[in-house]
Ligand binder design. Structure first.
Ligand code: UDP
Length: 478
């Protein structure tokens, strides 16, 4: 498919909503936001725009200090942000915008630069030495930001002047590096928070560790320093304004995406179950993602215990896969969920699986009756979109981006709060109505089509272009 012709539905993802003049976008289906598909967006248009001297980025320095795009997501510090950066970078390269991703080297012997996808040009990963390879937790990384910044500045200094024309930082640690780099290079800083301390702290799981005040201070500084902020949802845009005093006109809303080439129903549930060794007629509520209190996998286990108490006969045909590894505050007690399963008397039906590559994860989604995401906070929730794209409906907490990822009553069920009894009730709908999963699953595939990464990249490129335009105009008048 030509890049000028967006994937059917792909253009319907919410695009950037910025203050100032719009660039002639057409209305998107999703939530009335302006869609990305400004007249003829695509590589030809970007090149054309560049040819006529418009502010169009050629090369982006993308910063991901604390986690590498080359790491396996689903455990430790690697999750949705890694997937986001990988998919965004590849699609920007498809648009003719080169991307170089700077990340901290976490093992010895890594090459200083490596192509993100061997053989595919356009996205380079740069490993920066900053602190020891092992034994440095994310919480310790603020001590290494100077070292990391030094590495970034050195990499740029060996290029011709003006090599990067945008800095796009991800997560607050990278934002601090980007703040300095962008200023030194005289280019705009675009920042994406991914998660925010104040938002996380306002919705902590019981007994979970709050984010430190230093992070709040750091985030507030970045909000002030950035030329543009990209928020996953309108809600996140409001949070930036209300919690961090962001100027609304510099916040753009771009919904994240799903790789529709990877996540699709393929040959269906029964075939996927056969590949995974799951019984064809089992009831399979799936948890997938990083195992930490924030994601509330315990709520699923408690709900399963309730359902089994009500109907012990279900035990013979119930399998509860938990796919992913410990992360965040869950790292302190990685055995906690296993112990809980034993205490609740459900250990025999729960199947813990270490994190898997996304192609394999797609089979877990296809095999499941329903994906369950009882998260306390979720800036978007990529796994919900991925499961839907595979034809599997989602039971999700009505928090963060999940009410956008999941269309209540259409592609899944939204549950207010985190009471296990409420999740048990939602599970019962699927147990009592065996056709419900197929019915919602079909609509889920359709719903997911609106969230292709091509649309995310095009909307992000538009944000870059506007940031560049404003930056150059200000510089000209300085
Ligand atoms: N993931 C994966 N393998 C696993 C579990 C998860 O590749 O075993 C990926 C998953 O496909 C998704 C990401 O990890 O893209 C998790 O993103 P999400 O937004 O759901 O959560 P986050 O990690 O950002 O909190």
């Amino acid at each position: 498919m030509s890049q000028d012709a967006p994937r059917p539905g792909g253009s319907r993802t919410g695009g950037p909503r910025l203050g100032g003049p719009r660039l002639g976008g057409r209305r998107g289906r999703a939530h009335g936001t302006v869609a990305w598909a400004v007249a003829g967006a695509g590589p030809l248009t970007w090149r054309r725009r560049r040819a006529v001297g418009a502010a169009v980025p050629r090369r982006v320095a993308m910063l991901s200090v604390h986690t590498s795009p080359l790491h396996q997501p689903g455990t430790g510090d690697a999750g949705g942000m890694n997937v986001y950066i990988v998919e965004l970078a590849k699609r920007l390269a498809d648009l003719g915008i080169e991307v170089e991703i700077f990340t901290r080297a976490t093992t010895g012997g890594l090459p200083p630069t490596v192509e993100l996808t061997p053989g595919a040009e356009g996205v380079l990963v740069r490993h920066i030495d900053a602190g020891p390879y092992e034994g440095l937790a994310k919480e310790d990384l603020p001590t290494q930001l100077c070292a990391f910044t030094h590495g970034v500045m050195q990499a740029e200094a060996s290029q011709r002047p003006g090599y990067y024309d945008i800095v796009h930082s991800h997560y607050w640690l990278s934002g601090h590096v980007g703040w300095l780099a962008a200023q030194r290079w005289g280019v705009p800083l675009v920042h994406t928070m991914h998660t925010m301390a104040k938002v996380k702290n306002a919705a902590l799981a019981k007994g979970d560790t709050p984010e430190p005040a230093a992070r709040v201070i750091g985030e507030t500084q970045i909000v002030e320093a950035a030329d543009r902020l990209i928020a996953n949802t309108e809600e996140e845009a409001d949070q930036l304004v209300h919690h961090y005093a962001a100027a609304r006109e510099k916040v753009a809303v771009v919904h994240p995406g799903v790789n529709l080439d990877r996540f699709h129903p393929a040959d269906g549930r029964v075939a996927a179950r056969a590949r995974l060794g799951l019984p064809p007629d089992a009831f399979v509520p799936l948890f997938a993602g990083r195992i930490q209190p924030l994601k509330a996998p315990d709520v699923l286990l408690r709900a399963v215990a309730i359902v089994l108490n009500e109907d012990p006969s279900l035990r013979e045909r119930l399998v509860v896969p938990v796919v992913g590894g410990p992360s965040g505050s869950g790292l302190a007690k990685p055995e906690r969920l296993h112990k809980l399963a034993a205490q609740l008397g459900v250990a025999d039906v729960v199947r813990f699986q270490p994190p898997v590559e996304q192609d394999r994860l797609a089979d877990w989604y296809r095999a499941a009756t329903v994906l369950v995401m009882p998260s306390y906070s979720e800036s978007f929730g990529l796994v919900a979109l991925e499961a839907e794209a595979c034809g599997t409906p989602v039971i999700a907490a009505a928090v963060g981006g999940l009410p956008i990822a999941v269309k209540d009553g259409v592609s899944g069920l939204l549950v207010p709060g985190h009471e296990p009894a409420d999740y048990a009730r939602a599970l019962r709908h699927f147990i009592d109505g065996p056709r419900l999963a197929d019915h919602l699953g079909t609509a889920a595939v359709d719903h997911a089509q609106a969230f292709g990464w091509e649309a995310v990249a095009a909307a992000t490129a538009e944000v870059y272009a506007r940031a560049l335009h404003d930056h150059r105009r200000l510089a000209a008048h300085a």
